[in-house]
Design a protein around this ligand. Structure first.
Ligand code: ADP
Ligand code: ZN
Length: 209
């Protein structure tokens, strides 16, 4: 099974992706993680991507599509994968249709009013886990692996505002795109704990698998 995860920044894509990958044995492919690894490694792609990411804009389509196409060309995707953060606009979705067979698009829907607080309060770990500062009770390390948590460079109010706007203008139209293809599964990501939302996602997915 090949899944796309759709949702605004702060909708909980990353959190749910980690759980879904484990339960359904899917390979988790996050374009955001790929770009951050390139930035950390100082590669040419990282240098190019950084300025867009810091401004809350999309990294250019040619670069992004090439990275995903390459990644989906590898052997290890054969058992099924989950795309987290791609596609993010109609052009990317059309390109993807040319080189991948997607079964389901899972949209995690969250009231835009909640997003700013969710992202600006986010603390992340390099292992992929993320937390909200309000639930950490002053702890600064990861409950899963013990490493020190940090704030992502693009999780500041200015950049978050731009990211939400980019999502609404460019990414939200994809909900309709996948609905028309009959591939859309939607869950409410605004109510309940991450575990409750995960249970709802599984219930929906198990109906169609
Ligand atoms: P979030 O969903 O919280 O915004 P991501 O880690 O998915 O975080 O993405 C971080 C940034 O990486 C985005 O704001 C964007 O600049 C860049 N990016 C990630 N995926 C794509 C994509 N498919 N196309 C263009 N840019 C992307
Ligand atoms: Zn960790």
């Amino acid at each position: 099974m090949n899944i796309i995860l759709l949702g605004a920044p702060g909708a909980g894509k990353g959190t749910q992706a980690v759980k879904l990958a484990e339960k359904y044995r899917l390979l988790h492919i996050s374009t955001g993680d790929i770009f951050r690894a390139n930035i950390k490694g100082g590669t040419p792609i990282g240098k190019l991507a950084a300025s867009y990411i810091d401004a809350g804009k999309l990294v250019p389509d040619d670069v992004t599509c090439e990275i995903v196409k390459d990644r989906l060309g590898k052997e290890d995707v054969k058992g099924g994968y989950m795309l987290d953060g791609f596609p993010r606009n109609l052009y990317q979705a059309e390109q993807l249709d040319g080189f991948a067979a997607i079964d389901v698009c899972l949209n995690i829907d969250v009231d835009p009013a909640l997003l700013m607080d969710r992202i600006c309060g986010r603390r992340v770990c390099s292992c992929g886990a993320s937390y909200h500062v309000s639930t950490l009770n002053g702890k600064t390390t990861c409950a899963r692996c013990g490493k020190e948590l940090y704030v992502r460079k693009d999780d500041n109010p200015e950049t978050v505002g731009a990211r939400i706007e980019t999502y609404e203008k460019q990414t939200a139209p994809l909900i309709d795109y996948y609905k028309k293809q009959g591939k859309l599964v939607a869950v409410d990501g605004g109510k309940g704990s991450p575990d409750e939302i995960f249970a709802e996602i599984c219930k929906q997915l198990d109906k169609i698998l």
